[in-house]
Design a protein around this ligand. Structure first.
Ligand code: VG1
Ligand code: CO
Length: 542
């Protein structure tokens, strides 16, 4: 029943910030997905007879690859695979299922916020037994294996019916098709004050969630409409579609603009939120107030005790390096540990496992906590609703009071997408060469205090990650950061992160781009962005 198939390696199966992401036609090449899946299994030890969790965001090619994973897991010797009905599991739900059922690990099929469809993106990611993304040590082993792979093993069996919940046999291995929502919804109900949120909503507070045709639709409907009593239709674009309805399932001011405009309109809802393809990102908008992800992390941390799951307080906070330092001020005031890690959720895992931090966040619309080991879009949305319900203040009031107390970190990210790869690498190399000479240099009122290429030593296992982004820090707490994306699938994406701290509450109402204008122009001067990329401006500003 088990077939060994000879294969030849592909050279480009290097996982990026979050798994292997490629266009569907690349994944559909002969044995391409099989090679990568076998390389994952070949890099792991001790899983014989154990459980594997499998699910994806429902995008094009999801079902096909799930069938391959099931048959290859059977051939590899797993005892059981738990797979979400319809092949669906949001990234945070998959993380929870791995933890709850003590699975050996999980395979998540997603390219997150990237578009889906026959010519769009697909992705495969491996998560370890703590529920979190595999650390670099494992992703590197997978890549090394993929470069020399000669064969893979697969069970010769019929496809499993993914649409029926139940237990099935596949070549001696059990396949359990599970309700993808139930465990996750129960966890949210444990963490948050559903009664208070229900009262808020029944009292007339209008909430809208845009699932962007992606995976959170069924989760949001169950939680918001069924359990929290929001009127039917409060969750928009609630059916996961293979092509996300042709949209970019990326919850930001560009791709979720309709929702934003709606909340900002005079008779619009009081609270709007959106999530991405695989359900780990979130955007939160209150009437008259867009909450930046960096502020969201700080405000959730400062108000954590409002939620029953965090009533005893939090252990510490972690943020990715490009994320603003707003959370640092909260940690300082509350006397909590604060950690700055490279971009990507995998760097938070050790800190959470060791009990050093409870909440984590990234500027890229990612917030989460140690309830799972992934960022969690609906978790962040529910946390905000919980805070609003308990404080009985609007999102805008909560944010303004936070700034008044801690100061405001003006923050923006400029993305230059699909830039020529050589030009992007050239820009980063030139910046690295310049680092030493930048120290002490002045640009108008801005004086460089330090400049480096961010490196991180994991405080738990001592592993070192270098070249994680170039930072230019100015006196007074302003900074610009340059990084190349590790999730794109065509050309290179240059990310410029800009931050300025403003303690004075009288100056908390400046339009963000205006507040950062001098830093943005200095960034261009230092990195020669326009000259080297040939672009006169960024593709996306958030
Ligand atoms: C981006 C974000 C990063 C995030 C990653 C995965 O990576 O910047 O913060 O962890 O996406 O998120 P990069 O390398 O393109 O900057 V997701 O929701 O795409 O899994
Ligand atoms: Co995502």
């Amino acid at each position: 029943m088990i077939r060994t198939v000879p294969t030849a390696p592909y050279k480009d199966q290097k996982p990026g910030t979050s798994g292997l992401r490629k266009k569907v036609p690349v994944f559909a090449q002969e044995n391409y997905a099989e090679n990568f899946i076998q390389s994952i299994f070949d890099s792991l030890e001790g899983f014989a007879g154990q459980a594997l969790v499998v699910g994806g965001d429902g995008r094009y090619y999801n079902r096909e690859v799930i069938q391959k994973v099931l048959k290859m897991a059977a051939a590899a010797g797993f005892g059981k695979v738990m797979v979400g009905q319809g092949g669906i599991l949001s990234t945070p739900a998959a993380s929870h299922v791995i933890r709850k059922y003590k699975a050996f690990g999980g395979i998540i099929l997603s390219a997150s916020h990237n578009p889906g469809g026959p010519t769009e993106d697909f992705g495969i990611k491996y998560n370890i037994g703590n529920g979190g993304p595999a650390p670099e040590k494992i992703t590197e082993a997978i890549f090394e294996r993929s470069r020399i792979i000669e064969e893979y093993r697969i069970a010769d069996a019929a496809d499993i019916d993914l649409d029926t919940v139940g237990s099935f046999d596949l070549a001696g291995m059990t396949v359990e098709v599970i309700d993808p929502v139930a465990d996750y919804a129960a966890l949210m109900e444990e963490l948050f004050d559903f009664a208070a949120i229900r009262d808020l909503i029944s009292g007339g507070f209008r909430v809208v969630i845009d699932s962007m045709g992606a995976v959170t639709g069924p989760y949001a409907r169950e939680i918001l409409e069924k359990r929290l009593g929001a009127p039917e239709g409060s969750v928009r674009n609630a059916t996961p579609l293979p092509d996300f309805g042709g949209h970019h399932p990326d919850p930001n001011l560009v791709h979720a603009k309709e929702l934003y405009d709606d909340v900002m309109s005079a008779d619009g809802p009081d609270f709007g939120a959106a999530s991405d393809g695989d359900g780990d990102r979130n955007m939160v908008v209150g009437k008259g107030m867009f909450v930046t992800p960096s502020d969201s992390l700080a405000i959730i941390a400062a108000n954590a005790r409002c939620a029953p799951g965090y009533a005893d307080g939090i252990a510490g906070i972690a943020r990715s390096m490009p994320t603003s330092a707003a959370a640092d001020r909260v940690a300082e005031k509350l006397g909590l540990g604060m950690y700055e890690t490279p971009t990507g959720w995998k760097y938070f895992g050790n800190l959470m496992d060791a009990g050093k931090v409870t909440v984590c966040g990234e500027e890229s619309f990612g917030t989460g906590s140690s309830h799972v080991r992934e960022k969690d879009g609906l978790w962040a949305i529910l946390f905000w609703l919980n805070i609003v319900a308990v404080r009985k203040e609007s999102v805008a009031e909560i944010v303004r009071k936070h700034w008044a107390e801690y100061g405001r970190n003006y923050y923006s990210r400029h993305d230059y997408e699909e830039v020529d790869t050589d030009a992007a690498n050239g820009l980063m190399d030139a910046l690295r060469d310049k680092l030493a000479s930048l120290h002490g240099q002045s640009f108008g009122d801005l004086k460089v205090e330090a400049a480096d290429d961010f490196a991180y030593t994991d405080p738990i296992d001592g592993s070192v990650s270098t070249k994680q982004g170039i930072r230019v820090l100015f006196e007074g707490g302003s900074r610009v950061v340059f990084r190349l994306s590790g999730t794109g699938t065509s050309g290179a994406t240059l990310r410029l992160y800009v931050e300025r701290y403003e303690p004075d509450a009288a100056r908390h109402d400046v339009e963000t781009q205006a507040a950062l204008a001098d830093l943005i122009s200095v960034a261009d001067e230092i990195a020669e962005i326009a000259k080297r990329t040939g672009r006169d401006g960024p593709t996306v500003v958030t």
